[in-house]
Unconditional design. Structure first.
Length: 308
């Protein structure tokens, strides 16, 4: 087990560039174009939102901790870089990912309980046979090459939040942004500390004085402001010299954060891209239709007898 992210299999084998990720997905679709054409699916972001909802609902029934649910979501993302979604029953994969993630996060659930709760949630698409989940678990582990240790942004967020936040509300909002990022490709693109810092930056932009009211997903006006200001300060941080820095006593929270960035070795471009990705995600989320997404997923599951 790699206790250090920089030595981990996550960094070595499960972190991609955007072009690499696009090629992996396109390759899977190209392997059976007829299947893809026969069963059109929503865009990847909307599927990710749908899977996130299913993981959270099952997790709530099982009283699963957030970190285990986050691990499950990343397992699903990894799996679907190897296997085309239309060849699978996503409900079975969701239940399996939650079951396996709970084991890895040292909060195991009994397989019969997981199957029972999953069956209650998706009665028309989930088999009561526990061996099906066991087989899927083996399949999932195999496709991930037994590389199941996940490094999350939560640890970095906990380590840094006291330096930049004054209120519990700010910390809670940052935690929420980190939770939301699992509905994007960011966990497959950037290190956990970059994602934690992105969440902190978005919170500082949305609530510069620690005031309540603004959230990342409550309107395009706030989204546009967050994008412009966050990118401005993130970019400026790279070139700020010691003589240009204002006295510590007169700095705003965002200025303190930008100074901190300028004195660190953090990849500013990665942060810029992460901020853009989160802003884009929140705008995309407004167009998400759960009913339509569910119907498209259910259609191919039934048509291909993947619920048996």
């Amino acid at each position: 087990m790699a206790a250090n992210y920089w030595e981990s299999t996550q960094r070595k084998h499960w972190q991609f560039s955007k072009p690499e990720l696009a090629r992996l997905r396109q390759k899977l679709e190209d392997e059976d174009k007829n299947l893809v054409q026969a069963y059109p699916l929503p865009q990847v972001r909307h599927l990710s939102i749908f899977f996130n909802q299913q993981v959270k609902r099952l997790g709530k029934r099982l009283a699963v901790r957030q970190q285990a649910m986050a691990t499950a979501q990343l397992y699903i993302k990894r799996f679907y870089t190897k296997i085309e979604i239309r060849r699978t029953n996503p409900y079975l994969l969701v239940a399996t990912a939650v079951y396996l993630a709970c084991k890895m996060e040292e909060s195991p659930q009994h397989i019969r309980l997981v199957v029972s709760e999953a069956r209650s949630m998706w009665p028309d698409y989930f088999n009561t046979d526990t061996s099906k989940l066991g087989e899927c678990e083996f399949f999932l582990i195999s496709e991930m090459n037994s590389q199941m240790i996940i490094h999350q942004p939560y640890r970095s967020l906990l380590a840094l939040q006291d330096e930049f936040f004054d209120t519990q509300e700010e910390s809670t909002l940052a935690w929420s942004v980190v939770n939301d990022h699992y509905m994007t490709d960011l966990p497959l693109l950037y290190p956990p500390h970059i994602l934690a810092l992105t969440a902190i930056l978005l919170v500082l932009v949305l609530q510069p004085n620690g005031n309540s009211g603004a959230t990342p997903s409550n309107g395009n006006g706030n989204l546009g402001m967050a994008a412009q200001v966050a990118l401005k300060y993130a970019t400026q941080a790279r070139g700020t010299s010691g003589t240009e820095k204002s006295p510590a006593t007169s700095r705003t929270k965002i200025q303190r954060f930008s100074v901190w960035l300028s004195e660190s070795t953090v990849d500013i471009e990665a942060m810029v891209d992460s901020v853009q990705e989160m802003i884009s995600f929140y705008e995309c989320q407004e167009q998400y239709n759960e009913k339509s997404t569910r119907e498209q997923v259910n259609r191919y599951i039934k048509a291909r007898n993947l619920d048996k």
